[in-house]
Design a protein around this ligand. Structure first.
Ligand SMILES: [Cu+2]
Length: 155
């Protein structure tokens, strides 16, 4: 059962330049889910969001899915010597008070494999996050290009 999500639009954030959307699943806050645009023929894309555990017990993001892609995986990037390597993390641990901000180029991201159509700037698509304790929540992911060029994300 998908819990109803609660949208908290903070329109005044950062002098109106950024409209960050926030959602909740139990004690977990999901902030600003967004994805980079992709070009036609690009098989995969990446989505980013911030997760904050406002509760007193640890939780974990255990899976992600979206009708926009055949599969979605939790990935991490890290430097191995001078080579950036990516791997499937499988899950994302959230200790009490932990805040994990996904962003391009480092740390965690959500890999969207087998996109059904290109992600177009300005569009949005639903994504379901499943947490071990907080359960499932569906959030809209906004495709935005404000971080610059389309993601050159390939594995
Ligand atoms: Cu990846």
């Amino acid at each position: 059962m998908i819990k109803q999500f609660l949208a908290i639009f903070s329109a005044a954030l950062l002098s109106g330049a950024v409209h960050a959307a926030g959602y909740k699943a139990g004690d977990i806050s999901i902030i600003n889910p967004h994805a980079r645009p992709t070009v036609p023929g690009q098989p995969g894309g990446a989505a980013y969001l911030t997760l904050e555990n406002t509760g007193r017990s640890a939780d974990r993001l255990v899976s992600v899915s979206s009708p926009a892609a055949q599969s979605a995986e939790i990935h991490t990037m890290r430097m191995d010597g001078d080579v950036m390597r990516m791997r499937e993390a499988g899950e994302l641990p959230l200790a009490p008070a932990a805040k994990v901000e996904m962003k391009p180029g480092m740390g965690y991201h959500i890999m969207l494999n087998g996109l059904k159509q290109p992600l177009q700037e300005g569009a949005s698509f639903p994504m379901t996050l499943t947490f071990e304790k907080a359960g499932k929540v569906e959030v809209p992911v906004i495709v935005d290009g404000k971080n610059g060029k389309p993601s050159a994300h390939a594995h």
